[in-house]
Design a protein around this ligand. Structure first.
Ligand SMILES: C[S@@+](CC[C@H](N)C(=O)[O-])C[C@H]1O[C@@H](n2cnc3c(N)ncnc32)[C@H](O)[C@@H]1O
Length: 256
């Protein structure tokens, strides 16, 4: 707890809302949960790394790879990417000290703190109508674009904040969630190189007796591209939650 507090006060993300609106808090909580649930999370991270390498194998040129939602970098095969590409660009709203240290071991790995939805600064001002701030764009000569455990997360914090502070109702929340997922997919579709989408496809929640109590599509019912590989990630293993529930995410990979 103390370590997490120090992590919070000593990390200064470039985008002020990353701290104010809870992205930094979430990054620290994820880091702590990874430590507590190392075995279950590491299996998932290794599978993500393998999926990224599979996408890389399909690249005809290897100038630049861009990974959106890089976060902890734990699910990224950095050594191999750094060797194969001239430039590795890792994008997220927040990078903790540990991720910065890892990236600093490579001269061709660059961390970019940016909002890949290009909408957050407007949304956090309460502007709901689609108005892109377009501050982030793909680097030139990108050959491979990866969306890493990100697409289903994109709407979560802004939607929750708008519901709490701007009276967004459920139907408006659903509309905004879908819009954000779709526009991320459009970004990937409009890219000409190799695209790799790693994302939760279904979420299952079980009670202490092992009975399924909830199941839902985390992509806000937006159809994602076909899956070529899939696995179960025990995000909340037994013993982790105070309510004694267990959460398993079905993760899927699309490469096209
Ligand atoms: C589920 S986490 C996955 C992070 C990383 N792949 C990992 O497992 O450590 C989702 C990540 O997406 C980032 N994120 C959420 N919305 C974003 C946005 N609009 N632009 C860039 N990154 C965003 C969060 O900061 C978080 O690091």
């Amino acid at each position: 707890m103390i370590q997490e507090f120090f992590q919070f006060i000593s990390t200064r993300p470039a985008l002020s809302y990353a701290r104010k609106r809870g992205y930094l808090f979430e990054a620290i909580a994820m880091d702590a949960r990874h430590k507590r649930c190392f075995t279950q999370w590491q299996t998932h991270y290794l599978k993500c790394q393998q999926a990224i390498l599979k996408a890389v194998d399909a690249c005809l040129q290897k100038n630049t790879i861009v990974i959106m939602g890089a976060g902890s970098l734990n699910d990224i095969p950095l050594d191999s990417l750094s060797r194969q590409f001239q430039k590795v660009v890792l994008v997220d709203l927040v990078f903790l000290k540990q991720a910065r240290k890892k990236a600093a071991d490579y001269t061709n790995v660059f961390l970019e703190e940016a909002d890949v939805s290009n909408r957050l600064s407007n949304l956090f001002e309460g502007t709901l109508a689609f108005k892109a701030d377009a501050s982030w764009s793909l680097p030139q000569e990108t050959d491979c674009l990866v969306s890493l455990n990100l697409v289903t997360q994109l709407p979560l914090i802004p939607v929750r904040w708008l519901m709490q502070h701007h009276g967004l109702n459920e139907s408006e929340a659903g509309k905004l969630g879908k819009e954000m997922v779709k526009s991320h997919l459009n970004l990937m579709e409009s890219f000409q190189g190799v695209r790799c989408l790693i994302a939760d496809r279904q979420i299952f929640e079980y009670d202490a007796t092992g009975e399924l109590i909830d199941q839902f599509d985390p992509a806000w019912d937006v159809l994602l591209p076909d899956v070529i590989d899939s696995w179960q990630w025990q995000v909340i293993p037994p013993g982790e939650s105070k309510q004694k529930t267990v959460q398993i995410n079905q993760v899927g990979v699309s490469i096209w």
